[in-house]
Design a binder for this molecule. Structure first.
Ligand code: AMP
Ligand code: MN
Ligand code: MN
Length: 338
């Protein structure tokens, strides 16, 4: 048995207890929002509307990927950030303030800032910080903060999809017994979970499938095949009519190659600028690598943005990865042995 439920909820609710007088609340998440981010924002949106019936609740997020349009409330998300509004409270979810993008000034201006996240690299950017790194997802963490009687089907769906996305559909090691317990509680609402996961997680457009194939075909192994890397350029994205949102999942596929400890995937975001995604089987702490280059994440999944040529970026990343793996090239080893 884990910790008694009501105790966790009691303690955490106390930390954000002074929400009673809130008239305007805003919710935001990270740039290029993923499933956990979109769903956490929606879950909290539905929840706050019930918990604070007199308040106006706004959600600020970059346009969510198309498959999430099956979720209730998605149409209320504001992707236009230039507002002068000073909110009574702003919730930053699934990230620290640096990744809020254009919503950052709105967050900074808010009278009270709450940061709810599960990233190991997040030191907390709010007046109230609820950072629990053992949680699979921000969606799971939020669910633990909610009063059970206020959870309805729309919230349940959002929490379920959020957890499913950050756990690779309950596959990654961040899935705990409690995660499964929560999933079971959520399924009792009776929604079609199978269809939801198929539509938001597995289904890909033809072009998404093509670019994934192209990226896999172009992948290269190095460091005695313990690492694998692939890159998608802006020209490739133009050719296949895809954008950054269409590249999700490629890095996980690379990590699935037998014998690979660490997978790196990059796509070009500008001149000599790449968004880097890393995954590991646990033998490399990729969050530590990402933090060295101004990013962050989790031990097994992390990311950052890097400037420089593709090859320079690989060199810089592999230096850090090699140090963690205690790997030395045969050439270097034989030289030192001479
Ligand atoms: P991604 O590779 O973008 O799917 O991200 C993997 C994990 O690392 C996710 O939990 C992200 O939220 C996190 N992450 C990615 N990029 C960054 C960044 N620049 N700073 C902090 N965390 C990041
Ligand atoms: Mn996220
Ligand atoms: Mn997350």
């Amino acid at each position: 048995m884990g910790k008694p439920l009501n105790l966790i909820r009691g303690v955490n609710m106390k930390r954000i207890d002074d929400l009673k007088n809130v008239k305007t609340a805003a919710i935001g998440g990270h740039m290029r929002p993923d499933g956990d981010c979109v769903c956490s924002c929606l879950a909290l949106y539905h929840y706050l509307k019930k918990e604070l019936p007199g308040a106006r609740v706004d959600v600020y997020l970059e346009e969510p990927p198309a498959p999430f349009h099956v979720l209730e409330g998605i149409e209320d998300i504001k992707s236009e950030f230039n507002t002068d509004e000073t909110y009574d409270v702003f919730f930053a979810l699934d990230c620290n303030d640096e990744r809020l993008g254009d919503a950052l000034p709105v967050f900074r201006r808010a009278k009270r800032r709450v940061n709810i996240d599960h990233h190991i690299s997040n030191t907390g950017c709010g007046d109230v910080n609820i950072i629990e790194t053992e949680k699979s997802s921000t969606a799971e963490l939020l669910y633990e903060l909610m009063e059970p009687e206020l959870v309805d089907e729309a919230i349940a769906k959002a929490v379920y999809v959020g957890i499913a996305h950050d756990t690779g559909v309950f596959r990654y090691s961040n899935t705990s017994p409690r995660t499964m317990q929560i999933a079971a509680e959520l399924l009792k609402f009776g929604f079609d979970f199978s269809k939801l996961i198929e539509e938001t997680f597995y289904e890909k457009t033809y072009f998404q499938t093509q670019i994934m194939g192209r990226a896999i075909l172009g992948s290269v192994r190095f460091m005695d095949d313990r690492c694998i890397v692939s890159m998608v350029s802006r020209r490739m994205m133009e050719f296949y009519c895809v954008g950054p949102k269409d590249l999700d999942g490629i890095v996980n596929y690379l990590q699935g190659v037998r014998g690979v400890d660490c997978a790196i995937f990059m796509y070009e975001t500008g001149t000599l600028e790449y968004k880097v995604s890393m995954r590991s089987n646990g033998s490399v702490n990729v969050a530590e690598v990402a933090v060295k280059f101004g990013g962050g994440g989790h031990v097994r999944a992390a990311g950052c943005t890097m400037n420089g040529t593709y090859h320079d970026n690989i060199n810089n990343l592999s230096r850090e990865i090699a140090a963690q793996l205690g790997w030395e090239s045969t050439r270097r080893t034989s030289k030192t042995q001479q």
